[in-house]
Design a protein around this ligand. Structure first.
Ligand SMILES: Nc1ncnc2c1ncn2[C@@H]1O[C@H](COP(=O)(O)OP(=O)(O)OP(=O)(O)O)[C@@H](O)[C@H]1O
Length: 251
């Protein structure tokens, strides 16, 4: 069963047709990668899924409900959580305080940063944040300032913060961009663990084919704003159309 259905989506920026006739069906509990050369429209598509952009044409349905016209926070509350290319964490707060923010937002629907101090004593929020840090293998770093974490750990923290909102669909925009190989491999292992142990669907935009083929069980290739092919990884790997679209990029 599909949890996300994109039908005939088009998006134009002035004279540039960034997306045209995009159809995408993401199966529940799958890891679905969206790949394609630079400028293919991957980020534009992702932005259409989370309410940052409104497509000119087509529909985007999540779990049977349209996301179009809804604000990003409403789409988030529907169960779609997004991890950005640059980690969106609060560098001046500790790892634990960062993790408490989405736990608070999940419980209360909103949060204020200065409320963190007063909720340090609230057992349920603290317990939830600590449990998530344990799951993310970051418990021993709970009192470090988030700014001092390695790139891989910042990403790990941000993924944990997204999961605290208990999303059904996790969207990842190049989660390993700029990482050293060791951090990339740790992130792959973390995402595998999340996919195996949680009732969650993952959609990932990624340039690193090592990451794509390590994680994805379905791949959509975008080229010039249109899906070129959607298939299982083993069929994508040797597809001549995909190789041609990448024009020498590793596919
Ligand atoms: N806000 C915007 N205004 C004008 N043009 C835009 C805007 N956003 C994206 N574009 C253009 O739309 C096209 C698709 O861009 P997009 O960022 O979606 O591609 P991408 O596949 O994510 O590329 P990359 O892999 O380099 O991140 C590009 O030609 C880009 O320059």
């Amino acid at each position: 069963m599909s949890i996300l259905e994109v039908k005939n989506v088009g998006k134009r920026f002035g004279g540039l047709q960034a997306l045209s006739d995009v159809n995408l069906s993401v199966k529940e509990n799958s890891v679905h990668a969206i790949i394609g050369p630079n400028g293919a429209g991957k980020s534009t598509l992702l932005n259409c899924l989370v309410g940052k952009l409104i497509p000119d044409t087509g529909s985007v349905m999540f779990d049977g409900q349209s996301v179009l016209g809804r604000a990003p926070y409403e789409i988030n509350q529907m169960g779609i959580s997004r991890v950005f290319q640059t980690p969106e964490i609060f560098g001046d707060l500790t790892v634990l305080e960062n993790m408490m923010i989405p736990c608070l937002a999940k419980r209360d629907g909103a949060f204020e940063l200065n409320a963190i101090a007063s909720v340090m004593s609230q057992r349920d929020i603290l317990d939830k944040a600590e449990a998530m840090l344990l799951e993310m293998n970051m418990a021993e770093k709970r009192h470090m300032h988030a700014a001092s974490l390695s790139r891989g750990d910042k990403r790990r923290l941000e993924i944990g913060m997204c999961l605290s909102q208990e999303p059904r669909l996790l969207l990842l925009d190049e989660p390993t961009a700029g990482m050293a190989r060791a951090d990339t491999n740790n992130t792959i292992d973390l995402l595998k663990q999340i996919s195996d142990q949680r009732n969650i669907t993952i959609a990932i935009i990624e340039h690193d084919m090592h990451v794509v083929f390590s994680l994805a069980n379905r791949i959509t290739v975008l080229a010039q704003g249109t899906p070129l092919v959607e298939d299982d990884p083993e069929n994508i790997r040797g597809n001549p159309k995909v190789r041609e679209a990448y024009l020498g990029e590793t596919a």
